[in-house]
Design a protein around this ligand. Sequence first.
Ligand code: APR
Length: 302
Amino acid sequence: MKIGFGNGNILKNLLPVFWHIYTETNQRLHPGKRLSERVWSSSEAYDWVEIVLPKRLGSVRESMTGITVGKNDKVFVLTGAGISAESGLPTFRASDGLWAGHAIEDVCTPEAWERNPGLVWEFYSERRRQGAKAQPNPAHIALAELEKEIGERFFLCTQNVDDLHERAGSVRLAHMHGELAKARCERECGQLPVEDHAIYASLSDVGRCSCGGRMRPHIVFFGEIPLEMERIQREIQKATLMVVVGTSGSVYPAANFVHWARQGGARTVYVGPEPPLNANAFTHVVEGKAGEVLPGLFVVGG
Ligand code: APR
């Protein structure tokens, strides 16, 4: 069956798709059986989507044996806190959005920095301490290996501020929410961010920029504009396959990347133990832990 997705009218066009899957799965077939469906964009066919009928009626899950990466594919990967969960770094959700009794937003905003920079440095010092102990897990390594295989046809954008992707061997990557191991001048005086791995016991230990401004964590606080957005948008426009791993789909603009990729005709796959808030925008949702799903997921073809 052909199903059209008109650009600019995605929601309206997606509804029949999900209604079709819902009715097929709930009325004609039994849970545990599979049905294959070819999903079409306005101009071209996506891969075959293999749908595993849900055990729980009313929900839709999909399973895939592998994602084919063809010789003309350009892969854009977006990762979130979930990919580092198996390295022992708690996700925002797992921590209930709290740190030492503070709402995380209250230690990650420009207002928090103005109000209490010592508390902000205490929070990021603790995250540096945890990050230094963590090791890349099989999911970080699987992405680094894919990059080694397909080179410049790979791009990784992470919302994470840890350096586990680099330590696994990833090279073509952007940290859109900043980097834990860097600091920069609070005055945006033009000096580049500098490496800073220090764990500060007191604000008086934190250095100053040559212009006299205080050094702040090189982190995008809530309400600030993410980094490297032009480069990221260019890479999304080029992508024929977007893979999103371990993010709740609740923080923008990252939660919109899947829509931008779909508008360009890309296949879009989500990997994580539960569907993200924007699950309906993906052509495939693969439920599972990143460290278990990603190794072996990519089938690099000629
Ligand atoms: N593998 C894959 N995904 C996982 C795993 C795992 N082992 N464990 C948990 N997850 C998923 C959860 O299901 C959840 O959807 O990771 C996601 C974590 O969600 P959040 O904690 O909201 O993290 P994220 O989406 O990355 O947050 C985005 O918000 O906290 C701010 O700026 C911070 O970059 C962060 C942004």
